[in-house]
Design a protein around this ligand. Structure first.
Ligand code: SAM
Length: 425
C-alpha cells in the first residue's frame, strides 16, 4: 500500500502506473485536472466526489505537469494536492484489491501486476520498451479479469439452498484458481466478501445471478426450438456448453480474447482430459477484429440460423465495435436469435437518473476493464431496428424479481443498471 510520507519519486512511480491520457483522451485529462485543482483550492472536499479513475487521472496529470514545467512551482502546487489525493485513491483501491485477491489469487494477474510495477520503477515512463511491455502485461493480466469475476459470482450460487437456487452450475467452481476455490468454500469469508460487494455496488450480484438464469432459459428455449448452432461472444468462463446436456448436439463456437481463451482451455483440459469436440475456440478482439472473420474461422454454417449469446460483454466494446458485431449478426439467416446484456447509457455518460447508477458507476470505474457502451432502454427497440434486428424481450430488475426471486421467496437486491434483451433477425 502506498505510503504518502514516502519521497516524491515514489509518488511519481505510482502516478505513472496509470495512463490518464488513455482514460480521458484528447484534452480530457488536462481539463479534468485543471478543473479539480481550481475546485480543490476552494474546498478539499472536491476530491470526495471523484471516482478512482478520475483521482488517478488527476494524480497522473500532476506528475506530468511537474515533469514538464518549472519544478519548484509545480511542486508547491502539488504539495497541497497529492497528500489529499493519495488517501482517497488508497480507499478507493481497497475494494478493487480485495476483489483482485479473491479472483486472481494464483493466476497471472498479480504476478504481471507486480512485474509491471517493477518495470515501472526501473524504467523511464516515456521509454517505448516499457510502454510496449506494460501494454502486453496489462493485456494478459487484466483483459479477462471480468471473466474471473463473473465466474466467481456464479460459483457462489452453489451455496444457496436448493429451493432458492437460481441455476445449477457444478462446473464453474473448477474453473477458478485453487486459492479462490478455497476462499469461496469458507462460508465466513464468502459472507464478508459478498456483504462488502453489496455495500460497494448494490444489486450487482443479484443482477449477475438473475441474468445467468434468464440467459439459461433463453438459450435452452432456442435449442429446444431446434437452432443448430450457438455462438458465445466474450465467452469467458461460461460453462453452458459443458453443463447443458442438450448442447451436445449443437455446434458451438466460443469467441474471446486470446489470453482468456487459453486459460479456459487449460481449465477444460484439466477437468475433462480433452477439449470437448462440439466446441470450437476462436480468439478475436471484437474491438479491433471483425466478427465475420471469427465466424468463418469457427466454420459456422452461414445458411442456418444460430443463437448468439453476448453476456456481460457489450459494455467493454467501443460503440463502433458494437455496431460492427450487430451488423454481422443481422446478416445471418432469418430466425437467428441474439441474447445479450447491456448497461444503461447513463452509466457510461455519467448523466444519472438514479443514485443506484452512481453507485454502480463508482464500482465500474474501479474495474481494470473500462466500460464504453450502453443504451437507454427507451431507445433499445429503435437502436436494434436501425441495425437490422427486431427486439423481442427486454428484461430488467423488476422482471427478474417477478419471474425468479419472489416465487421462491428469495430476498436479493437486483441492480437496475444492466438488462437482458432478446432480439431476432
Ligand atoms: C464480464 S466477462 C463475461 C464472461 C461471460 N460471458 C460470462 O458472463 O460469464 C466479459 C468477457 O468479455 C470478454 N471481452 C472483453 N473485451 C473483449 C473484446 N474486445 N473482444 C472479445 N472479448 C472481450 C472478456 O475477456 C470476458 O471474457
Amino acid at each position: 500500500m502506498l505510503d504518502v510520507t514516502r519521497p516524491w519519486l515514489e509518488v511519481e512511480t505510482f502516478a505513472l502506473a496509470f495512463d490518464g491520457h488513455e482514460a480521458f483522451p484528447d484534452e480530457g485529462c488536462a481539463n479534468l485536472a485543471n478543473k479539480i485543482i481550481d475546485e480543490f483550492s476552494k474546498s478539499a472536499k472536491t476530491l470526495e466526489n471523484l471516482t478512482l479513475t478520475e483521482l488517478r487521472a488527476c494524480l497522473f496529470f500532476e506528475q506530468r505537469r511537474c515533469h514538464h514545467s518549472y519544478r519548484a512551482t509545480s511542486q508547491n502546487r502539488v504539495s497541497g494536492y497529492c497528500p489529499v489525493c493519495l488517501p482517497s485513491i488508497r480507499w478507493n483501491h481497497i475494494f478493487a484489491d480485495m476483489w483482485a485477491v479473491f479472483t486472481d489469487a494464483c493466476m497471472a494477474g498479480p504476478i504481471a501486476h507486480h512485474r509491471m510495477s517493477v518495470v515501472a520503477a526501473i524504467s523511464k515512463y516515456d521509454n517505448v520498451a516499457y510502454k510496449r511491455r506494460s501494454a502486453q502485461m496489462k493485456g494478459n493480466a487484466e483483459a479477462g479479469r471480468s471473466a474471473y469475476g463473473a465466474a466467481s459470482m456464479k460459483a457462489t450460487e452453489a451455496f444457496v439452498p436448493a429451493p432458492q437456487r437460481l441455476f445449477e452450475d457444478e462446473i464453474v467452481m473448477d474453473f477458478l484458481p485453487r486459492p479462490v476455490q478455497f476462499l469461496l468454500r469458507r462460508s465466513a469469508i464468502r459472507a464478508v466478501f459478498l456483504s462488502l460487494l453489496e455495500a460497494s455496488a448494490p444489486g450487482i450480484r443479484g443482477a449477475m445471478l438473475c441474468r445467468t438464469r434468464r440467459i439459461d432459459d433463453a438459450v435452452r428455449n432456442a435449442i429446444h426450438q431446434g437452432l443448430p448452432a450457438l455462438v458465445i461472444l466474450g465467452a469467458g468462463l461460461d460453462t453452458r456448453p459443458y453443463r447443458f446436456t442438450e448442447s451436445a448436439d449443437v455446434n458451438i463456437v466460443e469467441i474471446d480474447l486470446p489470453s482468456v481463451q487459453e486459460f479456459k482451455k487449460t481449465c477444460l483440459l484439466r477437468k475433462f482430459g480433452a477439449l470437448p469436440s462440439h466446441v470450437r475456440f476462436v480468439h478475436s478482439d471484437l474491438n479491433t477484429e471483425q466478427l465475420d472473420t471469427a465466424l468463418e474461422t469457427g466454420r459456422l454454417n452461414s445458411s442456418k440460423p444460430a443463437i448468439f449469446l453476448w453476456e456481460g460483454v457489450s459494455q467493454y466494446l467501443q460503440p463502433n465495435a458494437v455496431d460492427s458485431v450487430l451488423a454481422s449478426i443481422s446478416k445471418r439467416p432469418k430466425g437467428t436469435v441474439l441474447v445479450f446484456t447491456y448497461v444503461l447509457q447513463e452509466v457510461i455518460t455519467g448523466i444519472y437518473r438514479s443514485d443506484r447508477s452512481e453507485a454502480f458507476r463508482k464500482s465500474a470505474s474501479r474495474q481494470p476493464e473500462p466500460w464504453h457502451f450502453g443504451v437507454d432502454p427507451r431507445q433499445l427497440r429503435a437502436f436494434l431496428a436501425a441495425r437490422g434486428l427486431s427486439l423481442r424481450h427486454d428484461f430488467g430488475a423488476e422482471e427478474h424479481q417477478t419471474d425468479y426471486l419472489r416465487p421462491v421467496g428469495r430476498i436479493l437486491e437486483v441492480s437496475e443498471i444492466e438488462r437482458v434483451a432478446i432480439a431476432i433477425v
